[in-house]
Design a protein around this ligand. Structure first.
Ligand SMILES: NC(=O)c1ccc[n+]([C@@H]2O[C@H](COP(=O)([O-])OP(=O)(O)OC[C@H]3O[C@@H](n4cnc5c(N)ncnc54)[C@H](OP(=O)(O)O)[C@@H]3O)[C@@H](O)[C@H]2O)c1
Length: 268
């Protein structure tokens, strides 16, 4: 698929930092107009100013907490009132909790499920009808390599990303002949605010043996795969191999091995 970006509009959730901010930069360079969504208005405004100055595109900021009920419908209404349409939806906002399950806050985990799984689902429902009417559109769902296997001590996070991965692949097959492209981006560790946002001081340490990718490379590879019409993009060879391991190894073995990586270090 030769995707033509110029003059089209992308709505990016979680655009105030990390991978979302990088999507904004790289898509603006390709001539795409942008709608940036997150909770931090000041950060979004600064990014909007930067990308419009550099690229001369149109950029709208929409502040929203995507865990609010009706957030997606609210966004669709605000996009319509602004006289805009969404050609490319990027469901990127997300966070991960880490630590022993018994010590996690059920409220925090509820927010995690709402943001990582339900918000993308509802955003797709809100923007897909317009894409179908126009006969074209695209969705990039940002899941994670964690969606391919059990992730003890991050079980809820992994489960939300498995949900998004399965949802995305299913919709890819359902809509591929209708001019609507679904791509699921599944990165391994990327250098962003994600690890601080998890509130777990030990998470970054736990993945320290896995190479960290820059958000620039992650998004470059995502867009390359998206342009090639791929349903799933896993940036980086080592992470690609890791995500394939569930095809050859028993899942119980994988779960135990992950527990050793993500769980508390035992004193010898
Ligand atoms: N970094 C990694 O290692 C990694 C690996 C695989 C997958 N991912 C996925 O990549 C996506 C982006 O994460 P990142 O690494 O770029 O982390 P990040 O820098 O922490 O970005 C998270 C974004 O989500 C937004 N967000 C958080 N809660 C929100 C809410 N309730 N409503 C609306 N927006 C909200 C944040 O903005 P506000 O705080 O301003 O709302 C921020 O823009 C996530 O889905 C994450 O699971 C990350």
């Amino acid at each position: 698929m030769a995707y033509s970006y110029t003059g089209k509009t992308a709505l990016i959730t979680g655009a105030s930092s990390g991978i979302g901010e990088e999507f904004a930069d790289q898509l603006a360079k390709r001539g795409m107009n942008l709608i940036l969504v997150a909770r931090s208005q000041d950060k979004l405004k600064a990014i909007a100013e930067r990308v419009t100055d550099k690229s001369g595109i149109t950029c709208k900021v929409l502040c929203a907490d995507l865990t609010d009920p009706d957030a997606a419908r609210g966004l669709a209404d605000r996009v319509k009132s602004a006289g805009m349409q969404v050609d490319l939806l990027i469901n990127n906002a997300g966070f991960g909790t880490h630590g022993p399950f018994a010590k996690q806050s059920p409220d925090q985990e509820r927010q995690e499920v709402l943001l990582n799984a339900l918000a993308p689902l509802e955003a797709i429902h809100a923007f897909l009808p317009g894409m179908r009417e126009r006969g074209h559109g695209a969705v990039i769902n940002v899941a994670s390599s964690a969606g391919f296997q059990p992730t003890p001590f991050m079980s809820v996070y992994g489960a939300t990303k498995a949900f998004l991965l399965h949802l995305s692949e299913g919709l890819w097959a359902e809509f591929k002949d209708d001019g609507i492209q679904f791509t699921c981006l599944c990165p391994g560790p990327v250098e962003t605010n994600f690890f601080d946002a998890s509130g777990s001081p030990t998470l970054k340490k736990a993945v320290s043996n896995t190479p960290m990718m820059s958000s620039q490379r992650c998004v470059r590879e995502a867009l390359k795969g998206f342009e090639a019409g791929k349903p799933v993009v896993v940036p980086g060879m080592s992470i690609k191999l890791m995500t394939q391991s569930s095809r050859f190894m028993p899942r119980s073995w994988l779960a135990s091995a992950s527990a050793k990586v993500l769980g508390p270090r035992k004193r010898k």
